[in-house]
Write a protein that binds this ligand. Sequence first.
Ligand code: BGC
Length: 228
Amino acid sequence: MRTLCIDVGGTGIKGAVFDANGAPLSERYRIDTPRPATPEPVMGVIFEIASNVTEFDRVSCGFPGVVQDGLVKTAPNLDGLWGGFEAEFEISKRLGRPAKVANDADVHGLAVIEGRGVELVLTLGTGMGSGLYVDGACAWNLELGHHTYNGEATYEDRVSDAARKEIGSKKWRKRVRSVVDKLEPIFNFRKLYLGGGNAARLDKNDFRANVVIVDNAAGMLGGLKLWP
Ligand code: BGC
């Protein structure tokens, strides 16, 4: 079974084909997210990636917003009218294969969790994504990024890529630490995973042993877990 795994981000759209064990069967393609990132051009990029890769049997897609039953509810870091967009149906129709679509952070976490106890994932990219798992089951669409951090700015406002560019990576790293410090006594996670495109900018030594920095490839690989 060959799965084309797509990771739609606010900055880039990535895709590659993997076998059932997660071994890559194609190159990894990355195309800048078109701006404005309205449904048509984003679908166009997904189609372009699909046309470039080798054969595949099905498609998994991590999408940067709330997705319920294959239907997009929100897309804060994209543009235009995504609410109500039938992502699963549209991808499946255009690519001629069955498709599954879920929140990008939820998908990311599925690739890295151990499946034991409470595990939390935060993705640090254009925005801040979050995924919560209990004994391996995902509590879909947790949106911690939009919770207010200090009654005013949200977690996403504080640790987004735009914030990092504004304040510099050193201060940004401090902010990520303070987000983790705030969340630990609330979720009492066994493990916390920090992923997303900016995770590579973090220093493992800044965190306790139950915090793991993970590779951004998880954003694609987790898509394999969307299928039974
Ligand atoms: C969205 C989340 C998404 C995250 C990372 C946030 O703005 O609300 O659904 O997971 O960005 O892309």
